[in-house]
Design a protein around this ligand. Sequence first.
Ligand code: DX5
Ligand code: ZN
Length: 215
Amino acid sequence: MIKISASLLAADFARLGEEVRLVEKAGCDMVHIDVMDGHFVPNITMGPMIVKAIRPHTGTFFDVHLMISEPERYAGAYIKAGADGITLHAESCGDHLREVVEEIKAQNVRVGCAISPDTPWTVLDPVLPLLDMVLVMTVYPGFGGQNFIEPTLQKVWALRRLYPELDIQVDGGLNEETVGEAVWAGANVIVMGTAFFGSKDPRELVKSIREMERR
Ligand code: DX5
Ligand code: ZN
């Protein structure tokens, strides 16, 4: 079954408690929390304090997407604040990717590794057996509301062929029009920000996507 992770980047930040409750009520599997540091990407968003503040509002899985340099320095603070899964970018770890993944995995959370649109999936070779999830970015990380970059799905096809059981997440520009292609390529975890929070009927949107099957 397809899983949906609603990205808080498109939520009303003045009402984050209510917004995470909406994510749960709409039937989403995860709350996607986009962390940006103004260094790895040109935008700044949520620190661990925010994760801690919204944690009591829902029991839904917190899927923390770290778009930051030196993710190993901060992952622990997000875990302590309530993250259930940590996804770090391969590009932010250089030669230390395996060590960083092992270090975070040792803290008893699910670990994912993200690749930006220009990064080949083969950079994940040293860590694929350790990962709970791969995140194939379908936009350049940094901002919500961007257009879906279709050629990134070639990486989803390649990974799905080799790893039939792996959770493959796609993030960026997913909406009712683009999600079909992503699922067809083999993605099974769909991040939605603008489309989810802009929807008139989020529950119905989630239901229709969760029932999609790979053709
Ligand atoms: C982009 C973020 C995404 C973003 C998705 O850097 O990682 O999670 O919030 O938002 P939409 O669905 O609006 O493209
Ligand atoms: Zn994200």
